[in-house]
Design a protein around this ligand. Sequence first.
Ligand code: FAD
Length: 379
Amino acid sequence: MAKNIVILGGGTGGTMVANHLAKGLKHDIKKGDVKITMITNAEEHIYQPGWLFVAFGLQHPEHYIKKQRAITHPSINLVIAEATKIDKDKKVVHTNKGDFSYDYLVIGTGAVPRFDLIPGLPEAGDDFYSPEGALKLREKITNFKGGKILITMGMPHKCPVAPIEFYLMAHEFFEKKGIRDKVELVYTYPLETVHSAANVAAWYKPQMEKRNIRYVTEFVPAKVDPQKKILYSKDGKEESFDLLVSIPPHRGAKVIFDSGLGNEMGFIPVNQYTLKAINDNYIYVIGDATALQISKAGSTAHYESEYVAKNIEQELHGQTPTNFYDGKVFCFIEAGLEEGTYINMDYNHPPNPVPQSAMIHWFKHAFNEMYWMTARGLL
Ligand SMILES: Cc1cc2nc3c(=O)[nH]c(=O)nc-3n(C[C@H](O)[C@H](O)[C@H](O)COP(=O)(O)OP(=O)(O)OC[C@H]3O[C@@H](n4cnc5c(N)ncnc54)[C@H](O)[C@@H]3O)c2cc1C
């Protein structure tokens, strides 16, 4: 009987791991020894980093969306369904379109921005973390005539550098528009510094000072008054705004809470080297869904997918897995509209931005185009 590999979630991590497996196990699939099923709840695959550019009107949203089927290897059984529960004892994923048994399960259900966790935020806040949010924000930014823009963040959130990019881009956007002197940019951050990574904070602080961006640290958002347009922090600080850009705290997917697999935030504890769920030999977890203390980023999911796919191949062939993820993450950072930098890190090496340049900015844009090849497992 064929061994069943089920991948839950067709985002960056799920798609990459599925495509790597389809290639690595092509002979086994042909012989009928292995079947790969990907369960995901959306017909369309979205390249989320693109929303940053959509928010500034620099690219159309359609540019970052493709049919999931088009980027999924033809040998993969793609099921568009909502998973409702994972039963790890019976090794079954329950969905609204039936049940799927597995020999190995890869969970890549991502992280969900939870606007609802901050009272008043759904009504008062704008965002670039969802397609609808980015389009609404585009209208507000491109028509902004002046006033105070405030950015607020909860922890954890995916792409820890996206708020930095947003503000450095906003500064230049309004400068080019000739109204920078009419726009007050205020950056709030929940920790003691302006970024969770010390070297990134050391790089970013003077960038803000140079551009006259005011920052407030230890600002943990508690609630928003949409009428008065005031954001309150947990310790009683207040900031008014004309436009509030929010990146709320993220939590795991509902199915993870409903299956009792995650921690209190709905993220799944894993072995940091094998990426196997703690105490479960048949479940691997990938990308934003893990409880690892590393960046929730597409790049993380990308590197992890290679290790997970190789280890599953080895296990299916009766071998001991020998691929140990080292925590590698690589992220480009836009430092305005024409320059960029990047950070590279792993479990033993913290990120440290390199000198910014126009070339790195263009590399980021080139990667945005190449993403679709990466998702297919070709790069
Ligand atoms: C504005 C923005 C900018 C970003 N910029 C960068 C960047 O520059 N570099 C970078 O590396 N990362 C960036 N990221 C982060 C990156 O997009 C995510 O970290 C990455 O997509 C995580 O991949 P994932 O596979 O873990 O989760 P996702 O890609 O979010 O995929 C999760 C999938 O699971 C599916 N799913 C969830 N629940 C269920 C269910 N019950 N049943 C079926 N399917 C389900 C979802 O529909 C989705 O398809 C950015 C993100 C945003 C929002």
